[in-house]
Design a protein around this ligand. Structure first.
Ligand SMILES: C[S@@+](CC[C@H](N)C(=O)[O-])C[C@H]1O[C@@H](n2cnc3c(N)ncnc32)[C@H](O)[C@@H]1O
Length: 428
């Protein structure tokens, strides 16, 4: 571990452990410096100079945990963030649910980890647009963010993704602030680590985006089950495109579409496999491998054996095994791809990035690897690199027949990939 990854004082680690106990927030080694900076800001605001003193005051309840939470979570959000997902909501989720629930149904929507409310109001606006009754509950652990959500007045930065005609129709302006006209959203404090839902009712739709990467692995398992139980039959879960996958953690049906990956609690989609168990015939290669591979049979056998473990072992164990296999067969792109997926599942984003780059080194035409890489880079705010990777995915997909299923693409076609990349590129 490098210096930048270790806690600079054991009391920082204790503060992080205390926070984890109460919220399940977790700081990977790569995020420890950032976490220390946040703890120091909270100390400064409370005029505490020694970390041990801060730890004692926090644990004795003399200083509010909320204050620290606010420093350690990023509330970055904006209206209609990830327009592709709203597109999927309008074109697939709403028509399907409208059909099964009927036109008088009262919709219940949960925006989990809503920050300052932009996502919840966006969802309320979609309900209104679509002529649907019902309301949205936005929840978060940051009380400061919830206060802003309740005020519901936003600067132009929160509206950066909104088209002028949408702005005019659904928002009103007062001074330099904009407020959504549709106010069918209410807000409540709720910790996703609590293991209980904020509502005593089943919901049709859950948006939980750009929150999961804060949480530890065991919390993700619990949360996936909580979401599954909270959804009514036929309900949908939408996570952020760079969030760790939840498909294997609860009996969701994972639906891969040209708009991204979505989870449904419905038997009608069961035929579609989850994305972490990819399998499809290899796509034609554009360039030769950089080095001669070992005998294909040994490598292929290793991949086959590894795949046979996927249903049987716990994800952490699988990741360790994937690492071993990748060391043994460094030229087996598929093993690196599986390592990337498992790494993502375990919150090892840097490892997933490295593994995807390795896949692409071995096979620059691996469309799905370009696409995943692009989404991860976008999630890290590395937009120029993300755009390059989306362009690569698009260009590699373009040379394939439009209807050709993509390798590792869960049935998604090359044509759908081209469209998805175009959409991403125009929204970046
Ligand atoms: C980046 S914002 C995401 C906002 C919105 N969902 C979006 O995608 O634009 C992450 C939010 O998650 C909240 N959060 C983090 N851990 C949480 C937890 N354990 N329970 C509830 N909210 C949490 C943070 O307070 C923050 O407001």
């Amino acid at each position: 571990m490098t210096d930048s990854q270790a806690w600079s004082h054991p009391a920082f680690e204790k503060v992080a452990a205390y926070l984890n106990y109460h919220t399940r927030l977790v700081f990977s080694p790569a995020r420890r410096q950032e976490a220390e900076a946040g703890i120091r800001r909270a100390m400064e605001r409370n005029l505490v100079t020694e970390i041990e003193g801060y730890q004692r005051l926090l644990e004795s309840g003399e200083l509010p945990l909320d204050d620290l939470i606010g420093e350690l979570t990023v509330g970055e959000t904006y209206f209609f963030r990830e327009p592709n997902q709203f597109q999927f909501l309008r074109s697939r989720i709403i028509p399907e649910l409208r059909k099964s629930r009927g036109s008088c149904h009262e919709w219940s929507v949960w925006s989990a980890g809503c920050s300052s409310g932009e996502e919840a109001y966006s969802l309320a606006t979609v309900l209104e647009e679509e002529g649907l009754a019902g309301s949205v509950l936005g929840t978060d652990i940051s009380r400061e963010a919830l206060r802003k959500a309740e005020r519901g007045a936003y600067g132009s930065w929160s509206l950066r993704g909104v088209e002028p005609q949408v702005l005019e129709k659904w928002f009103h302006c007062s001074g330099s602030l904009w407020s959504p006209r549709v106010r069918r959203a209410r807000f409540a404090w709720h910790s996703l680590a609590s293991g209980v839902p904020p509502w005593n009712r089943k919901v049709d739709l859950i948006f939980c985006r750009n929150v999961l990467y804060y949480l530890d692995r065991s919390c993700l398992d619990q949360l996936a089950r909580l979401f599954y139980q909270t959804l009514a039959e036929g309900g949908w879960l939408v996570t952020g495109s760079a969030d760790p996958p939840l498909g294997e953690r609860a009996p969701f049906t994972t639906v891969l579409s040209e708009w991204g990956v979505f989870y449904c609690k419905s038997p009608q989609h069961r035929s579609q496999p989850a994305p972490s168990l990819p399998s499809a015939p290899p796509a034609p290669r554009k360039r030769p491998r950089p080095a001669a591979p070992p005998p294909a049979s040994a490598q292929e056998e290793a991949v086959r054996q590894f795949r046979s473990l996927l249903q049987q072992r716990a994800p952490a164990e699988l990741l360790a095994e994937a690492r071993r296999q990748c060391q043994r067969y460094p030229l087996a792109g598929e093993l690196h791809f599986l390592r990337a997926m498992l790494g993502l599942d375990q919150g090892e984003v840097e490892e997933a990035l490295e593994a995807l780059k390795r896949v692409l080194y071995l096979d620059p035409s691996a469309v799905v690897a370009h696409f995943l890489l692009a989404n991860l880079l976008e999630g890290q705010g590395r937009l120029a690199e993300a755009a390059r990777a989306f362009r690569n995915a698009r260009d590699c997909a373009r040379v394939l027949p439009a209807e050709e299923p993509l390798r590792w693409g869960e049935g998604g076609s090359a044509g759908a990939m081209v469209q998805a990349c175009q959409r991403k590129l125009s929204s970046l």
